[in-house]
Ligand binder design. Structure first.
Ligand SMILES: [Zn+2]
Length: 282
């Protein structure tokens, strides 16, 4: 848990949006427009086809993420992502499945979205595990889209997932003084995903429904918060918190073969449903 580190280390960074950050905003907004135009011309032949999906295993290498008694978050995330990728490939061999990491190594948050943009991905799925600092009783799944948090607990999740930028080289330059703790910065950040927010929420709802129906999980619902990893991705994007490693029962489930198979299957079913829906819509 490095939440306090962020609070202590970043207060002097921009509380509002710095000029450099504004120009960065404009750049990305232009990218979003370009991307939308590109999509329009590309999809003329095969409208709405989902061709490329990015699977992002949270954390990795020197960044273990959170942990339970036996297992580190980065390990569970990678196992889930690889299983999900195999299921997508098996059922849809024509879809390009691209991993931001396929082994235990560190990837900057910034780079993860950049990989998605470079490959002109149609969907970005980031997989994580949750932690409750106050109670080992808390359990269940949550799927996030980029947006303004409504509760302190949602903000805490984003802060924990964002804290890793402090371990990146040159993070102050890369993120142009972005302060994950500033509400205004979060609003600006949410603007980037504006064009994709409806699709992102639609997919997120399918994932949470699938967790309930197909894996008998307790769904804590679809939520919004300011996740840096979703910031630059110019396509529908979600971040899945697959369960709480701080809950011993859920940790055992998350690290078991059966649990990982159920979770990745539930996400796969939501993916297949989303793909079918967008490809058959006008
Ligand atoms: Zn995480």
């Amino acid at each position: 848990m490095v939440t306090t580190l962020v609070l202590v280390s970043l207060p002097l960074l921009a509380l509002t949006v710095l000029p450099a950050q504004q120009s960065l905003l404009q750049d990305v907004n232009q990218d979003t427009v370009r991307r939308a135009e590109q999509q329009e011309s590309e999809t003329a032949a095969a409208p709405n086809q989902l061709r490329t999906v990015i699977l992002d295993a949270g954390h990795g290498g020197k960044d273990p993420g959170t942990h339970g008694r036996y297992v580190k978050e980065k390990t569970v995330n990678l196992a889930l992502v690889l299983q999900l990728g195999r299921k997508i490939k098996k059922n849809h061999p024509n879809i390009r499945v691209i991993y931001t990491r396929s082994s235990d190594h560190f990837v900057d948050l910034y780079e993860r979205g950049a990989i998605a943009n470079r490959n002109r991905a149609d969907l970005f799925i980031s997989i994580h595990c949750n932690a409750s600092p106050s109670s080992s009783q808390v359990y269940g799944t949550e799927t996030y889209t980029l947006g303004l948090h409504k509760t302190q607990q949602n903000l805490d999740v984003a802060r924990r997932e964002n804290a890793v930028i402090l371990q990146e080289k040159n993070y102050q330059q890369t993120y142009k003084g972005f302060n994950p703790n500033s509400p205004l910065a979060t609003i600006m950040l949410a603007n980037y995903q504006h064009a994709f927010i409806g699709s992102s929420i639609n997919f997120a709802e399918k994932i949470e429904r699938s967790f309930r129906r197909n894996a008998d999980r307790k769904s804590n619902g679809v939520k919004q918060a300011g996740f840096i990893v979703l910031w630059k991705a110019t396509m529908p994007s979600v971040l899945i918190e697959s369960g709480y490693l701080t809950n011993p029962t859920e940790e055992n489930y998350l690290r078991s073969e059966e649990g990982q198979d159920e979770i990745s299957s539930a996400i796969y079913k939501a993916f297949a449903q989303y793909k079918e829906e967008i490809e058959t819509s006008d």
